[in-house]
Design a protein around this ligand. Structure first.
Ligand code: 3JN
Length: 341
């Protein structure tokens, strides 16, 4: 990779910010300098980076001076306020929130799927929703071969998708259950997550779908560059700490065999095929934690339609579903020479 760059991590104290920082340490990212920014509430804390305690400082206009790439993971309203300011200061912002995802001027990018969209950026690039990212990484090689017409997806989303508070809620409810105590009143999720699968992530819309589900519909079309793809999603929160799993059924334009799909997925960037049911081998959340790939298995043909394949897909929602995808976009920006020098 070419020149070294000045980076700022915004939302450094969150679950995704934490993974972004780990990745900057673990990957050969060409870092000239890095600063860690967060809301006033976290400012004053420190982050351990490459053996040193580094301060977290508040997000201010002047903090973006000289920064070339901003890796941002903040709530949407904070991003709405600060991402344009950072972009005006000359940085390219890779934003993990939904604030700009459907903005026609903002590329929505998964590097394995649409790296060519990055060049259209005007200072902000959006990172898709975690559930969308892992699905489109798996769909892309199949779409290129047989064109996806319709996807029916049910997600099994880990509590870490709701950040540190989601992880904490599962922990406290698990501990209370083990001790035989009453489950504390839920704060993050609408019902107890221990002992339940909750068919609600984010708020409901008048259509009966949730906002999380509609993100999968709209984001898939934008990333794949194909508005004709139909997506029917059901998003479910499950009592799993890390990694989202998805049951996916895909209707193609033509019949596609299990063998062909296996071969396409085995050779696809960012995908690891784990599909040996005879030996009880299929993707598992506990195996995917801390990994950057999307794991696919249980590939089988629909019993009544040879143009439909079903499979199981697992990925670490905080890594490829958020931080890894953002860092890969930053690496592409550098590779394609799309940042201010
Ligand atoms: O709950 C999950 O598993 C994923 C949650 C993502 C999320 C949570 C709060 C706000 C998002 C997102 O990335 O779409 C947002 C948002 O930015 O709208």
């Amino acid at each position: 990779m070419s020149a070294e760059v000045h980076v700022a991590v915004v939302g450094a104290s969150g679950a995704v910010g934490d993974r972004m920082i780990q990745l900057l340490e673990q990957r050969a990212f060409p870092l000239k300098s890095v600063k860690f920014l967060a809301s006033e509430r976290s400012a004053g804390k420190t982050i351990r980076f490459r053996g040193e305690e580094c301060p977290i400082t508040p997000i201010t206009e002047s903090a973006f001076r000289g920064v070339q790439i901003v890796l941002s993971s903040t709530p949407g309203p904070i991003s709405k306020e600060w991402s344009p300011i950072a972009a005006r200061a000359g940085a390219v912002v890779v934003d993990n929130s939904s604030a700009f995802r459907m903005d026609p001027d903002v590329p929505l990018v998964v590097p394995e799927v649409n790296p060519h969209h990055i060049a259209r950026h005007k200072g902000i690039i959006a990172n898709p929703n975690c559930s969308t990212i892992q699905m489109v990484v798996a769909l892309k090689p199949l779409h290129d071969a047989a064109r996806v017409k319709r996807v029916i997806v049910s997600t099994y989303q880990s509590v870490s998708g709701a950040g540190m508070k989601g992880i904490h809620e599962l922990e406290t409810q698990s501990a209370a259950t083990v001790r035989g105590e009453a489950i504390p009143v839920p704060e993050k999720f609408p019902h107890p997550i221990i002992g339940n699968c909750l068919p609600q992530i984010d708020d409901f819309l008048p259509s009966g779908y949730t906002k999380e589900e509609m993100k999968m519909v709209h984001e898939t079309r934008k990333i794949m560059g194909d508005d004709t793809i139909d997506v029917s999603p059901t998003c479910v929160r499950v009592p799993v700490p890390f990694c989202h799993s998805e049951s996916i059924s895909v209707e193609f334009e033509r019949a596609i065999s299990v063998e062909e799909a296996r071969s396409l997925l085995a050779n696809a960037p960012g995908v690891t095929l784990v599909d040996d049911p005879a030996h009880k081998k299929y993707p598992l959340a506990t195996d995917a934690v801390g990994r950057d790939d999307v794991f696919v298995g249980r590939i089988r043909q629909d019993l009544s339609n040879p143009r439909v394949l079903l499979f199981w897909c697992v990925s670490d929602n905080l890594r490829k579903g958020a931080a890894t995808n953002a860092v890969q976009i930053a690496e592409e920006l550098i590779k394609q020479n799309l940042i201010r020098s």
